[in-house]
Design a protein around this ligand. Structure first.
Ligand code: BTN
Length: 333
């Protein structure tokens, strides 16, 4: 695990970045870091292993030629415009589930806004106890929040998160994803990202929320589709960035965390209508004929007429309006 705090590697990268047009001597690095020359060399080796291209020249020292493709925590911090969300980052190359790690952090102090990210997950979790296939190339992260809210507002967070991600994708990748209720992001009607929220509640108040975000950033849709085709709610999978395209996941991540923080402060300020409007503008669900196979009241078929203030779906069916707070919908033609 690497973190965005307490890491020598972070300091070395920062020094190298600020001297990119020249060589930085081993002596200067060891003086600035308070490390022996041998320790500096060991850490440079680690950075090279992590994918940084660093040239070393006897007598001149070290120079950074290119940064890594990995989503290392100090790369996410570098240029991040948030105050709370993502200030502490826990990074893994491989983990069972970022969600599980974030749940363990939740009981510790000073972790409000912390994020956990991994290049791949071995036991990624999806909504409704499904497996979430999480190979390299995706962005798999969890955000820990401790909002001072009542339970009734917990269901707004998936909505907030999917909207923040849609806005970030629009800004950074110039794509126009749609929002499929409850909180899927789609491109060409295929799933490109999903959101899962684990909540802990104490006497009517939210104790903490762990918001899990799975983004098919640069994955192979056909391979994943074959694997997950028979799990529930499958309607096709796609990727944000194609194999040969170049795009930096870090820029998308930074933008997403920024948008999430902005929307979160709007919610704290009581501007729910603004958020709902923005969500509805991007929704592919409103005005659609839908089928819900497994609702508490059995199968429902009807027309979606809107979203309630708590994020519930409002469906007009057989002359009545039905509210759906959790579940999967499929579009009818
Ligand atoms: C869905 O079913 O649509 C939600 C998928 C959420 C997946 C993310 S990936 C990061 C985090 N860790 C997990 O194990 N799950 C969430």
């Amino acid at each position: 695990m690497y973190t965005s705090f307490d890491d020598t590697l972070d300091k070395i990268v920062r020094l190298l970045k600020s001297h990119q047009s020249e060589f930085l001597s081993g002596e200067e690095l060891s003086r600035s870091l308070g490390l022996s020359r041998a320790a500096v060399w060991k850490n440079i080796k680690k950075l090279q292993f992590l994918g940084y291209k660093i040239t070393s020249r006897q007598k001149s020292g070290y120079r950074l030629v290119a940064k890594t493709n990995l989503m290392l925590p100090w790369e996410i911090s570098d240029g991040l415009q948030t105050e709370t969300i993502g200030r502490k980052i826990y990074y893994f190359n491989t983990i069972d589930s970022t969600q599980n790690f974030a749940l363990k952090l939740a009981s510790k102090p000073h972790e409000n806004g912390s994020i956990v990210i991994s290049e791949q997950q071995t036991h990624g979790r999806g909504r409704r106890n499904r497996k979430w296939f999480s190979p390299r190339g995706g962005i798999w992260l969890s955000v820990l929040l401790k909002p001072n809210f009542e339970i009734s507002q917990a269901s707004l967070f998936p909505m907030l998160t999917s909207l923040a991600l849609a806005i970030a994708i629009e800004k950074v990748l110039k794509l126009r994803p749609k929002l499929k209720w409850p909180n899927d992001l789609t491109l060409n009607n295929k799933k490109v990202a999903g959101i899962l929220v684990d909540a802990s509640i104490e006497s009517n108040q939210i104790d903490y929320l762990v918001i899990g975000v799975g983004i098919n950033f640069k994955i192979q849709p056909s391979t994943i589709s074959k694997i997950v085709k028979n799990s529930g709610n499958f309607y096709g999978i796609t990727t944000l960035v194609k194999k040969k395209e170049k795009a930096d996941p870090i820029l998308l991540l930074q933008s997403f965390l920024h948008e999430l923080e902005q929307l979160y402060s709007k919610l704290v300020a009581g501007n729910l209508d603004g958020i709902k409007n923005e969500w509805e503008k991007r929704s592919s669900t409103i005005g659609r004929k839908v089928k819900i196979s497994s609702s508490p009241s059995g199968e429902i078929k009807g027309m979606v007429i809107g979203i309630d203030d708590d994020g519930a779906l409002l469906i007009s069916s057989k002359g009545k309006t039905q509210r759906l707070l959790v579940g999967d919908i499929s579009y009818q033609v």
